[in-house]
Design a protein. Structure first.
Length: 504
């Protein structure tokens, strides 16, 4: 079944929610000084709400009040369905005790719950992260893949890679709507170590996939770059700082050399290419440089970047995790700087992981289920394939064999994605985790990342290692919306047309 989600909702005055318009809803719309609609509530309504259901008691709707750091607004959240309202501070209590807010919520409760259920349990995988080799020519201190595999692991031959792409293409064509082209990202370790196989795959399956390559750039010479650009492939490159002193602290060759100069050279050569994306892994070694990095990337015309907090899936990542307070401070300063640069120059640098959180609030049908959004997209809308054909919910799980669903070459994909290894990830929900089940922003956070959580706790039902940071990021996002700056942090044209999610 295809469900279409409009990109703009009707004006709801003082409140709105991603989910207020037909389908699942989208952009909230409100005035800075809205007036509470309707007559003053009577005693009966104050006690029982619009349908005789007690508000914040028993089985009635429960609204949490969330401080977002805005002088004029607070957020009122019904956490079970992720319904939310930005309420003027001086009207919040009246809205909670009056008839209009609970009436609005109760009218939409069933649809919102169904929409949330679809997002969490009804998505069809439409993307795959494909590791054609276990090897890498870098020895990054935080890598989520085991070091021994990166140093001397297996490669896919061209024949084996083409066989794998054929199996994947057949699977997607049997599950996705006719004409849909799934995304396939050649991922790391370093995929260009088997460049000939990768290029053969792109050429043969150009009409059946949308391709991307995530690379450390050491092998991205002019010929390679021209090939990828001519085929319209996305190119993701990794850069962890605005100077070699910062960037080379954690991203180094096996001979202990730095790579900053090579990455910047490629970055400048690809300036203006619409398929370019820069990924920064945020660690204690570079967190303080994030605002400066934003300026560095903006000067070079970069339009899209990810500032991804390091994962603790492997010990090296855990050793490099930043302090949560320090991470929040510099991450939000980097977002502020991106906003300031846009206002100064008219050019945007969109920080994709934060923009996706904003979409999760303002237009949930438009968001992608990535690592830092609820729920985790691993196994739900994408999965990963390793160099020996192993299939896991995401690349972070490739180093955890207990989460492999099986092998692509020996068992049908439709069965692999329904194995217990996958289902324990795809059925993981925040309300089954303590203390997440009591958190007002649990459906905007989702306790990421399950692979990291498992590696650090030995179980999946534990909160995120950076729990406080993710809660702070949700408050920052609400503040951006309250201050009328939503468009300034999102891609141009994000409101246009309809966004679609394919559900079973």
């Amino acid at each position: 079944m295809k469900t279409s989600y409009p990109s703009q909702a009707p004006d709801l005055g003082a409140w709105g929610r991603a989910g207020e318009s037909e389908g699942a809803g989208s952009q909230i719309s409100f005035n800075r000084k809205p007036q509470l609609p309707g007559p003053p509530p009577n005693t009966s309504t104050l006690l029982h709400g619009p349908a005789g259901v007690p508000v914040n008691a028993g089985a009635g709707p429960h609204f949490d009040i969330l401080e977002i750091g805005d002088p004029d607004y607070v957020a009122l959240i019904e956490a079970d369905t992720a319904f939310w309202v930005l309420a003027p501070r001086d009207q919040a209590l009246d809205m909670l005790s009056g008839p209009e807010l609970p009436r609005t919520y109760l009218e939409k409760q069933d649809r919102l719950a169904a929409d949330l259920h679809n997002v969490r349990f009804g998505l069809l995988p439409s993307a795959v992260y494909f590791n054609p080799t276990e090897r890498c020519n870098l020895d990054c201190g935080y890598c989520y893949l085991p070091r021994e595999a990166r140093r001397g692991g297996a490669d896919m031959t061209p024949a084996r890679l083409l066989e794998a792409l054929g199996l994947l293409a057949d699977y997607f064509e049997s599950t996705l709507p006719e004409g849909a082209r799934p995304q396939l990202v050649f991922h790391g370790s370093e995929p260009l170590l088997v460049k000939d196989a990768v290029f053969q795959g792109i050429e043969k399956f150009a009409g059946r996939f949308r391709f991307g390559v995530q690379t450390n750039t050491l092998l991205l010479d002019r010929e390679t770059r021209d090939f990828l650009v001519s085929h319209g492939a996305g190119i993701g490159i990794s850069l962890d700082g605005p100077t070699p002193e910062v960037a080379d602290r954690t991203r180094r060759t096996w001979a202990d050399g730095g790579v900053f100069d090579q990455v910047v050279k490629v970055l400048e050569e690809l300036a203006g290419y619409p398929g370019l994306n820069v990924i920064t892994t945020v660690t204690r070694a570079n967190v303080a440089a994030l605002p400066e990095l934003v300026e560095f990337l903006h000067r070079r015309g970069v339009e899209n970047a990810l500032l991804n907090p390091v994962r603790g899936t492997q010990l090296g990542g855990r050793d490099l995790m930043p302090d949560q307070g320090e991470l929040a401070y510099y991450f939000f300063r980097a977002l502020d700087r991106a906003y300031e640069l846009y206002r100064e120059t008219g050019r945007k640098l969109v920080i994709g992981n934060f923009a996706n959180l904003l979409l999760g609030l303002a237009a949930p049908g438009a968001r992608r289920l990535m690592c830092d959004i609820s729920p985790c997209g691993g196994g739900r809308c994408f999965f990963a394939v390793g160099a020996q054909g192993e299939v896991a919910p995401c690349s972070e799980f490739l180093g955890l064999p207990e989460f492999h669903g099986g092998n692509l070459f020996t068992r049908p994909l439709k069965d692999l994605v329904k194995t217990a290894a996958f289902e324990q990830v795809t059925t993981r929900v925040a309300e089954a985790i303590e203390p997440c089940r009591r958190c007002a922003v649990r459906h905007f956070c989702g306790a990421p990342c399950p692979a990291e959580v498992y590696a650090m706790n030995g179980r999946l039902d534990a909160p995120a290692a950076l729990c406080d940071f993710y809660a702070g990021q949700a408050r920052y996002a609400f503040r951006v919306i309250a201050q009328g700056r939503l468009d300034d942090y999102l891609w141009d044209g994000w409101r246009e047309g309809l966004e679609e999610i394919w559900v079973m």
